[in-house]
Design a binder for this molecule. Structure first.
Ligand SMILES: N=CN[C@@H](CCC(=O)O)C(=O)O
Ligand SMILES: [Zn+2]
Length: 450
C-alpha cells in the first residue's frame, strides 16, 4: 500500500482506520490477561518492526480498526498488505518511525470544581500541612464553597478544557470523581456535569460518586454517613436508573479526622449493593487499616496508600484489589513514597493516576509516569502497565481497554520516537512527542508535522 491519507464518506468502507508502518506496537498484554500482578508488571508484550532479509526498508506494524471502533487486526505491513487495500479504510494514519501504545488510563482524578488554591500552595511551601489547612476550613472546604457558587455551565466548560488537556497528553480513559458538592444538590450538579461530558466528549470517563470527600461544615461524620447511606446514594442511583446520570464507582476519603474505617465501610457497602465498584482513598496521611477493610469487602481499588501496613499489603495482594498510587500528590506534599517495591514483590497489581485536583494540579499522565519511575522506584515497564491494563482493572474496564488486542476498543497514542520509553524519559515533552491520539477509533489529536 502506498503512503496516503484518505478520508471519504462515512460508513462506505468496511474499516474505520488503519494505523500503519509503526516502529513498535506496545500491546502491553497479548494473552487476554485482565491485570498484571506484582512481577508480571515487569515484562510487556511489545511488537517490533523488522528488517527482512535482502530488504532495504523495515517491515512496520499496522493496526486495523473496525467500524465499531474496535481493534480488528494487528500485524506486519507485509502480512496485512495481502488482506486489505487502501480503499477499505475511511482513514489511514502513517506511523512510520513512531510507536503505538494503548491510550493512557488516568486512574484517579477530581476534575469538577471552581476557583483555585494557589494561595494554599504557597502556604504549604512555607510549611503548612494539608491537614492544618483542612482543619482551618481551607482545602476541600474552600473548593466546596467556590463549586457551590458555580453554575453547571461554568463547571462543564472548565471540565471540558481539563479533559481536552488530558487527552492531548494521551489519556483516553479518565476516572472522574464528584466530591466538591458534599450536599446532595451540589453532588448531583457535579455528577450531571460528568454525565454530560461522558455523552458529548471523545474521552471515556469512569464516573465516581465521592459525596464522602469531607464532613460537611456544621455537620458530623456520623450524620454525614447516615445521610449518604440512607438518602444520598439512593437519590444518586434513582437518577442513574432514569438515565440522567452515569455512576460506576463509589469513593470515600477514609482518613484520620475525616471518615473512619467503619464509616467508610458503611458507605462503600451501600454503594456495592447498587453494583458500584468500591474505589476509595485510604492510608494517605496516616495508617487506619483502610486497606485491610477495603480488601475484605472486595474493593476494586484503593488509592494513595502511603501509610499502608504490611498486613494491608498482604490483604490487597490476596484480594486482588488494585493499589492506585498517586505520585504527584506524594511529591508535592512531600509524603513518604508508598512501599511500592514491597507491594510489587508481594504480588499487588499497581495502577497510577494523576489525582488532578486543586491541591495537586497536574493534567498530564506522562508527568505522573515520570514521577512514578523516579520517586516511587518503578521501572518503565511497571509504569506503563500501571497506566494501562492495571488502571483499566482498577475501574473494572479491562475487558475492553488497557491493552492493544483484537476485540478491544481502539484507544491508541502514537509517539514520535524510536521507542515508547521516550514518553516517560522526556520529562515535560509529551505534547510534542505525542503526534496522534485515537479514541474509539477516531483520531482526536493529530499534530501537524513541524
Ligand atoms: N485526599 C483527598 N482527596 C484529594 C485531595 C482533594 C483536595 O484537596 O481538594 C486527593 O486525593 O489528594
Ligand atoms: Zn483523590
Amino acid at each position: 500500500m502506498a503512503d496516503s491519507t484518505s478520508s471519504t464518506t462515512a460508513y462506505s468502507k468496511p474499516f474505520k482506520l488503519l494505523v500503519r508502518s509503526a516502529e513498535q506496537v506496545v500491546q502491553v498484554v497479548n494473552n487476554g490477561a485482565k491485570v498484571l500482578r506484582g512481577n508480571e508488571m515487569k515484562s510487556l508484550a511489545v511488537l517490533e518492526s523488522r528488517l527482512p532479509k535482502d530488504a532495504n526498508r523495515r517491515d512496520g506494524l499496522s493496526v486495523v480498526v473496525d467500524r465499531t471502533g474496535n481493534i480488528h487486526d494487528i500485524g506486519y505491513d507485509s502480512d496485512l498488505d495481502g488482506k486489505y487495500t487502501e480503499q477499505d479504510f475511511d482513514h489511514i494514519v502513517d506511523a512510520t518511525g513512531q510507536c503505538v501504545i494503548p491510550g493512557l488510563i488516568d486512574g484517579h482524578t477530581h476534575p469538577v470544581w471552581a476557583g483555585d488554591r494557589v494561595n494554599e500552595f504557597s502556604m504549604k511551601l512555607a510549611g503548612a500541612t494539608y491537614m492544618d489547612i483542612h482543619k482551618a476550613g481551607g482545602g476541600i472546604y474552600s473548593t466546596v464553597t467556590s463549586t457551590h457558587l458555580a453554575t453547571e455551565e461554568q463547571l462543564y466548560s472548565s471540565l471540558v478544557q481539563r479533559l481536552q488537556t488530558m487527552l492531548q497528553n494521551g489519556s483516553t480513559t479518565i476516572e472522574a470523581k464528584s466530591g466538591y458538592g458534599l450536599d446532595l444538590e451540589n453532588e448531583l450538579k457535579i455528577l450531571r456535569v460528568l454525565h454530560r461530558a461522558q455523552k458529548e466528549g471523545p474521552w471515556n470517563l469512569s464516573i465516581t460518586y465521592c459525596g464522602a470527600h469531607a464532613v460537611p461544615k456544621g455537620s458530623s461524620a456520623e450524620v454525614a454517613v447516615k445521610d449518604i447511606v440512607e438518602h444520598h446514594l439512593n437519590a444518586v442511583m434513582e437518577e442513574t436508573k432514569a438515565g440522567r446520570l452515569t455512576v460506576d464507582n463509589v469513593d470515600v476519603f477514609c482518613e484520620t479526622g475525616v471518615f473512619t474505617v467503619e464509616q467508610a465501610k458503611a458507605i462503600l457497602r451501600k454503594g456495592q449493593s447498587f453494583g458500584l465498584n468500591a474505589n476509595f482513598h485510604a492510608e494517605e496521611l496516616s495508617y487506619l487499616g483502610g486497606a485491610e477493610m477495603g480488601a475484605a469487602i472486595g474493593s476494586k481499588a484503593i488509592s494513595h496508600l502511603e501509610y499502608i501496613s504490611p498486613e494491608g499489603i498482604a490483604a490487597i495482594a490476596q484480594s486482588g484489589t488494585v493499589a492506585t498510587l498517586l505520585p504527584t500528590t506524594a511529591f508535592q506534599m512531600r509524603l513518604p513514597a508508598p512501599p511500592v517495591r514491597r507491594m510489587i514483590e508481594q504480588g499487588v497489581a499497581v495502577a497510577i493516576g494523576s489525582d488532578f485536583n486543586p491541591n495537586a494540579h497536574c493534567l498530564s499522565m506522562p508527568v505522573v509516569m515520570y514521577l512514578a519511575a523516579v520517586t516511587f522506584h518503578m521501572s518503565l515497564e511497571e509504569v506503563l502497565a500501571a497506566s494501562t491494563i492495571n488502571a483499566a482493572a482498577s475501574l473494572n474496564l479491562a475487558d475492553s481497554r488497557g491493552s492493544l488486542e483484537i476485540g478491544k476498543v481502539a484507544d491508541m497514542v502514537l509517539i514520535d520516537s524510536p521507542s515508547w520509553e521516550h514518553l516517560i524519559y522526556q520529562l515535560g515533552n509529551a505534547t510534542k512527542l505525542i503526534s496522534t491520539v485515537i479514541s474509539k477509533g477516531f483520531v482526536v489529536r493529530a499534530r501537524k508535522k513541524e
